[in-house]
Design a protein around this ligand. Structure first.
Ligand code: BES
Ligand code: MN
Ligand code: MN
Length: 463
């Protein structure tokens, strides 16, 4: 593509500096203390769309944090690409494990990122990744290379479940109408092995509360005679998996998509090195459902994990006490055909039934979403594949990932369009963890690849 590499080379320092400015604002959607920062970020994103040459930029109110819109409609008869991303980020804790402050971005070299990586909360998830689209569109607009229409939907509540987006989408269907949705909010296998995400898991997230006596008790006076909610909760959680690490909730697997041996064999061709996987995590063995490989365990199988558990005395030293209450936060990652509302109900019924009469149990659903699988024979997938082939010199591998972007399944219902998950992050980029980072090479490679997607997609869609 004419001028593309030149444009990136000339402007890359500015691109990086603009991203750094965006990363300085702590847009933590989970914590109300940061609400002004989240709103400030939305304004900065709107401005960046304007600067890129977009028209009709707007901060659209929702029940929660706003959605940022911008478009460039060159001809209503041409196809329209909708770019989705999120400007909110995960909380940075635990703070003491960051080598540099999460909202003071720095560029440092790593083994996997010899050209340097930007270290900051949101660098990869998702500010760095959606910003590649802003810069790619800037290139196309400023150089008259935009072959079709583009619309942006950058939201501010993805990390807390996109609660306001469903109603917002339904009310603004016409505004966001599109032919294909393009998202960079996932990863690829490695910088030498490009891949395109073809599946996201669904999610059901719940909190459980187990209550014993009406107050905390002396563990000597009452121990052994009164119920201990922490002991009970631990046992209840332990019984949610059997000896083969299968989930014991009745009906949990009933609707799980059955994948043929041929398909499993095809999926197994994607490069994956178990030894490197264990080494990267510093574990001597992996753990998961019997009868499935590691890539299947995170790609095509549902799971249940405790994300947090608390209760009783956790301060310095020892306190002899039997707590009145114990809590846990539990996530279930779901696969195609499992309905998250139904799974939440099955969990609630079963979990409640596990409790002995001595305690009371409360299950509070948080949020969820359906799984999503995108076909590889669509124009969108083929265009993305050709784009990566052009800039990486290799055909990307289709791969299902374990993460979730709950809104994607809804997009298909509301717009009847496919979503293409063209991500440039690496699993080792530490999203949601301390020291999150995004390779400078990856950032620039994304900006280089995206314009080819538009070119090939428009050619294909025109037939
Ligand atoms: N970008 C991630 C999802 C992701 C990351 C998918 C890497 C595939 C590979 C997204 O921001 C995220 O963190 N989603 C949450 C769900 C949400 C409801 C909190 C998740 O997967 O836990
Ligand atoms: Mn994300
Ligand atoms: Mn995330």
């Amino acid at each position: 593509m004419e001028q593309l590499n030149n444009y990136i080379n000339t402007h890359k320092d500015r691109f990086i500096n603009e991203l750094i400015e965006l990363l300085k604002i702590p847009s933590i959607s989970a914590d109300p203390a940061y609400s002004t920062d989240v709103l400030e970020t939305a304004k900065t994103v709107k401005k960046s769309l304007e600067d890129a040459g977009c028209d009709n930029t707007e901060i659209c109110e929702t029940k929660g944090y706003p959605v940022v819109y911008g478009d460039k409609i060159i001809d209503p008869n041409l196809p329209t690409v909708l770019v989705y991303g999120h400007y909110d980020v995960q909380p940075p804790d635990p703070m003491n494990l960051w080598d540099s402050p999460p909202f003071e971005p720095v560029i440092k070299k790593t083994d996997l990122h010899p050209d340097g990586a930007i270290f900051a909360r949101g660098a990869c998830d998702d500010k760095g990744q959606f910003f590649m689209h802003v810069k790619a569109v800037e290139f196309m607009i400023k150089n008259n290379q935009l072959p079709c229409n583009v619309k942006f939907m950058i939201e501010g509540e993805e990390e807390v479940g996109s609660d306001s987006l469903e109603d917002f989408l339904k009310e603004n269907k016409e505004k966001f109408k599109n032919d294909i949705i393009l998202i960079s909010d996932t990863g690829m296998i490695s910088n030498h092995t490009p891949s395109i995400t073809t599946g996201l898991r669904g999610l059901s997230y719940v909190q459980v509360e187990v209550t014993g006596a009406n107050r905390d008790l002396h563990s000597g006076i009452y121990g052994g005679a009164a119920p201990n909610p922490i002991n009970v909760l631990a046992k209840m959680i332990a019984s949610l998996h059997d000896e083969n690490n299968r989930i014991t909730i009745p009906g949990f697997y009933d609707k799980v998509e059955i994948i043929s041996d041929e398909e499993r064999a095809e999926m197994a061709k994607a490069p994956f090195n178990l030894e490197a996987y264990k080494k990267a995590l510093d574990i001597d063995d992996v753990h998961g459902e019997k009868g499935y490989t590691t890539t299947e365990r995170f790609g095509i199988r549902p799971t249940l994990d405790v994300n947090g558990i608390w209760g009783g005395y956790t301060g310095e030293g020892a306190k002899t006490v039997i707590a009145s209450k114990a809590y846990a936060k539990i996530s279930m990652r779901l696969v195609p055909n499992q309905d998250w509302h139904e799974i939440t109900d099955l969990f609630t019924k079963y979990f409640t039934s596990l409790a002995p009469k001595s305690v009371k149990v409360k299950v509070t659903p948080h949020h969820g979403g359906q799984a999503y699988v995108t076909p590889i024979d669509s124009d969108g997938y083929q265009a993305a594949s050709k784009a990566m082939e052009t800039t990486f010199g290799k055909t990307p591998v289709p791969q299902r990932t374990g993460g979730s972007i709950p809104i994607v399944a809804l997009f298909e219902n509301v717009f009847d369009s496919k979503t293409i998950l063209l991500g440039f992050g690496l699993d080792s980029d530490a999203i949601h963890s301390p020291n999150e980072h995004f390779g400078v090479w990856n950032f620039l490679k994304g900006i280089e690849t995206i314009p080819y997607f538009y070119k090939y997609y428009t050619e294909m869609a025109k037939g």
